[in-house]
Design a protein around this ligand. Structure first.
Ligand SMILES: Cc1cc2nc3c(=O)[nH]c(=O)nc-3n(C[C@H](O)[C@H](O)[C@H](O)COP(=O)(O)O)c2cc1C
Length: 388
């Protein structure tokens, strides 16, 4: 009898291959494709092209969620060569082909909305203008130039108040364009040191107006962006990605737990479908102590602030993903590098099959090589797994 009970309980526990209600969207399983910049859009114009259609189509599964690579909301929002945009008619038409291909396989696809702020270079900006940011704080490290060279970052220009309102409007237009392209929803990129994150954290936001200083003020830009996007899509089809303890792109904050608890609470009030949390990596944190948090799954830190779903990402394997779901630390797990190398990742995880290894040298830019030529699992998987 005791065994029976245990069995019933364990069958009811959510696991990686059980369905999930994500806001208004029902997913058939919880293996999410993480947003992955690949710098392979058609030039000129940063337009999604045939090889991008093939890449996303290969990775689509029936009822599985794909979050696209970060996509600039405006020319100013671009920080790397050949990343796609969602601000021109050609780009909308290009994305529409990607969306149709994913939908043909029964997949669900969200567009990640991106403004890089200071993580750009004047060669990528109109008329060679300086990149913009909340404050004129230069990141350490190197920027990509328009022709793919690496040069030290420039000191960005601090945004005027009026310009901030105009960027919020760019997010709204980009959200509308995503609807025109047929996406199922959008994810606001608030992680990894780009513009939203630059407003949130006090290492990059030194403003003294209503967009800086207090937690309330530093969260204002995010809230205005989220409100604008929710107005277009409704909260049930909007997610937000955050990396509360990440230091990538020279980021940091003096009180991360307080800041991000506040921000997540505000997103709950807007009715967002999900928060997508990036686990900090121990190896990317020179001078910034993530060790205090790194052993704690992000979901557990913010779960009580948010009633929607939590997606977690960063260093997950099939096994650790399964445990995180079973322990309810997260409702779904996003996979990055393993999805690059394994077009049929959900199927492989379901079968416990071996994974292809990824090749770093073809992550950013290039051709179909290292993009659409990773092999699928040979036909050794039982027929019932065909649904993937
Ligand atoms: C090549 C590459 C490109 C990435 N591009 C993005 C991006 O466009 N937007 C984003 O939020 N994160 C991006 N990331 C971070 C991934 O979404 C993910 O959080 C990270 O790879 C950790 O997950 P993993 O250990 O499963 O790879 C990128 C990571 C890699 C390796």
């Amino acid at each position: 009898m005791k065994n029976e009970d245990t069995k019933i309980v364990s069958e009811k526990l959510p696991h990686l291959f059980s369905p999930l209600q994500l806001g208004e969207v029902k997913l058939a399983h919880r293996v999410v494709m993480a947003p992955l910049t690949r710098m392979r859009s058609a030039q000129p114009g940063n337009v999604p092209q045939d090889m991008n259609v093939e890449y996303y189509s290969q990775r689509a599964t029936n009822g599985g969620l794909i979050i696209t690579e970060a996509t600039q909301i405006s020319p100013q929002g671009q920080g790397y060569p050949a990343t796609p945009g969602i601000h021109s008619a050609e780009q909308i038409a290009g994305w529409q082909k990607v969306v149709n291909a994913v939908h043909d396989k029964g997949g669900v696809i969200y567009l990640q909305l991106w403004h890089v702020g200071r993580i750009s270079h004047s060669s990528l900006q109109a008329n060679g203008a300086l990149p913009v940011a909340p404050s004129a704080v230069r990141p350490s490290g190197d920027a990509y130039t328009s022709d793919g060279r690496m040069v030290p970052f420039e000191t960005p220009r601090a945004l005027e108040r009026q310009e901030i309102l105009s960027i919020v409007d760019d997010y709204k237009i980009a959200a509308q364009n995503a609807q025109k392209a047929g996406f199922d929803g959008v994810e606001i990129h608030g992680a990894n040191g780009y513009l939203v994150d630059q407003f949130l954290r006090d290492k990059t936001n030194l403003r003294t107006d209503e967009y800086g200083s207090s937690l309330e003020n530093r969260t204002r830009f995010l809230i205005e962006v989220a409100q604008a996007v929710v107005k277009v899509w409704g909260g049930g089809r909007v997610g937000l990605r955050l990396s509360p303890f990440g230091s990538f792109n020279d980021m940091g904050d003096s009180q991360p737990m307080e800041l991000f608890s506040h921000a997540v609470g505000k997103m709950a009030a807007l009715g967002l479908a999900y928060i997508h949390l990036v686990e900090p990596r121990q190896d990317e944190s020179p001078g910034f102590d993530t060790s205090r948090w790194a052993s704690t799954p992000m979901g557990t830190l913010f779960r009580d602030k948010f009633s929607g779903a939590i997606i977690a990402a960063g260093g997950y394997t099939g096994e650790s993903a399964e445990s995180a779901i079973a322990a309810e630390h997260a409702d779904a797990i996003a996979f990055g590098r393993n999805f690059i190398a394994n077009p049929d990742l959900p199927k492989r995880l379901a079968a416990g099959a071996e994974l292809n290894r990824y090749h770093r040298d073809s992550f950013y830019g290039g051709t179909e090589k290292g993009y659409t030529d990773y092999p699928f699992l040979a036909q050794v998987v039982p027929v019932e797994d065909k649904k993937f």
